[in-house]
Design a protein around this ligand. Structure first.
Ligand code: S3P
Length: 169
């Protein structure tokens, strides 16, 4: 545990539904590290849900909060940090993550992402008429950023969180 704590933070990036929270929790457990999640931290700090933040402050407001929280959480070298899918959009976030942490991109194909998120109501960006198309376009737009920031890319295929974890270890 002492050794683990002296190593840099480990951060998981990737699309909604990629398994960042599931894989992150399990990885933290195995490494004896603390697990933190930027979305959970935003909800804890504001006391409201992510859809409410999007309603009241717009996506821009949410992104400002996200940058603050990522800045705070990524200073702690002992953690495994799961980020929201859009965390890589801001260049300053990419730089913080890349400089401070070991960044792992969980790369899962759009079809699987859609299957995993299709019944979810807590992700405002997917509450649209064509969530499947939306996921595909977000994936296309963001994949280059995930790759730019990542030190390690873990392909998920249709595989489970467990199989991704094996590839990280
Ligand atoms: C978002 C992903 C969500 C959350 C917010 C926006 C995105 O996190 O931060 O709804 O832009 O992809 P998850 O990736 O944990 O679903």
């Amino acid at each position: 545990a002492a050794l683990a704590a002296s190593l840099p933070c480990i951060v998981l990036v990737g699309m909604m539904g990629a398994g960042k929270t599931t894989v992150g929790r399990e990885l933290a457990k195995r490494l004896g590290r603390r697990f933190v999640d930027s979305d959970h931290e935003i909800v804890a700090r504001t006391g409201v849900t992510i859809p409410v933040i999007f309603d009241v402050e717009g996506e821009a407001g949410f992104r400002r909060r996200e940058t603050e929280v990522i800045d705070a959480l990524s200073r702690d070298s002992g953690v495994v940090l799961a980020t929201g899918g859009g965390a890589v959009l801001a260049p300053e976030n990419r730089q913080m993550l890349r400089d401070r942490c070991v960044v792992v991109y969980l790369d899962v194909p759009p079809h699987t992402l859609w299957e995993r998120t299709r019944h979810d109501r807590n992700r405002p960006l997917l509450q649209v008429e064509d969530p499947r198309g939306k996921i595909e376009s977000l994936y296309k737009a963001r994949d280059p950023f995930y790759r730019e920031v990542a030190h390690v890319v873990v392909g998920g295929g249709r595989g489970s969180a467990k199989s991704m974890l094996r590839k990280i270890e």
